[in-house]
Ligand binder design. Structure first.
Ligand code: GLU
Length: 298
């Protein structure tokens, strides 16, 4: 089918996606997300896409990617091909970063994770409390934001590795109005006020990866025409950053549905390293896809 005919054919259908990172084996939490996306797409007579979020080239492997296809097929899911793999679209993320840079909203950030940790520890040694983002990570210090252009060029010329960060204050000033998103999930419904400032100057590209989660997820949801983002409540607050990037880059706004997170026996979020809740391990124990549905409460 020609591309225009295909987009006309698909144009009014809702589009859902499951977007795992191949940096470990899928567990019950991923199963809930994938099954929900798939079921909601089917109920709405919509499309179900799979996206491989593999911008972290150091931690993502082809073996884990193959395991994702195997586990999802075993669950009985079917998704459209070709699958979008983020590692094949670095040019697209770079173009988005360039656009934000031209808008004067991006600066080179030279502090390593260790530098930030040390700055926070020094500040907190006096009994002060360094501000944290909604995930509990320290807000990035302001030093790099205040450097002059000459100083930035000198540091880059010296070969200092750097990331790129969004100047949050400037970005919010440019947008000039409060942001919100439409939510239908388990964390409150209706219009949710977005607070991107709570994240500080978010990272847009890393020194060891040519994009960041926030930038690539926002660009890809638009590129794939995603109309419904269905994902875990652990990403609820991150939606504020995605709404801001959509606004800055003139991208459409999908509807959001953040679902409950599957917890382990210890009451904590499942980690990819926990083999006992891994789908492959459960399959090897003789469990069936229907058992997995029951275990995640579907
Ligand atoms: N790749 C992300 C993860 O595995 C999910 C991104 C999203 O659904 O927005 O946690």
């Amino acid at each position: 089918m020609a591309e225009e005919t295909m987009s006309a054919f698909f144009s009014d259908k809702p589009v859902y996606r499951f977007a795992p990172s191949p940096n470990g084996l899928l567990h019950l939490g991923h199963a809930l997300s994938a099954l929900l996306n798939h079921d909601m797409a089917r109920t709405a007579n919509g499309r179900f896409l799979l996206r491989i979020e593999d911008i972290d080239l150091a931690r993502c492997t082809p073996e884990f990617e193959q395991a994702i296809y195997r586990d999802l097929a075993w669950l009985g899911l079917d998704w459209e091909r070709p699958v979008r793999r983020q590692s094949e679209h670095f040019g697209t993320y770079h173009a988005a970063l360039d656009r934000l840079t031209e808008m004067g909203l991006v600066y080179p950030a030279f502090m390593t994770r260790g530098d930030v940790k040390a700055a926070v520890a020094a500040y907190e040694a006096d009994g002060n409390v360094w501000p944290r983002d909604p995930d509990g990570s320290p807000i990035y210090p302001e030093d790099d934001r205040h450097r002059s252009e000459t100083e930035r060029q000198q540091l880059i010329a010296r070969g200092l590795r750097h990331a790129h960060r969004l100047d949050m204050r400037k970005a919010l000033d440019l947008v000039g109005h409060p942001l919100a998103w439409t939510e239908t999930g388990d964390g409150g419904r209706g219009q949710i006020p977005a607070d991107p400032a709570a994240w500080g100057d978010v990272i847009l590209s890393r020194s060891d990866a040519p994009s960041s989660y926030h930038l690539s997820v926002t660009v890809d949801d638009a590129a794939q025409g995603i109309t419904h983002v269905v994902r875990g409540l652990d990403l609820f607050e991150a939606t504020a950053v995605h709404r801001l990037l959509q606004e800055l880059l003139d991208l459409p706004e999908p509807l959001y549905h953040h679902h409950r997170v599957v917890l382990g026996k210890d009451g904590r979020k499942l980690a990819k390293s926990e083999g006992s809740t891994g789908l492959a391990a459960l399959r090897d124990q003789g469990l069936l896809p229907g058992d997995i549905r029951r275990m995640v409460g579907l």
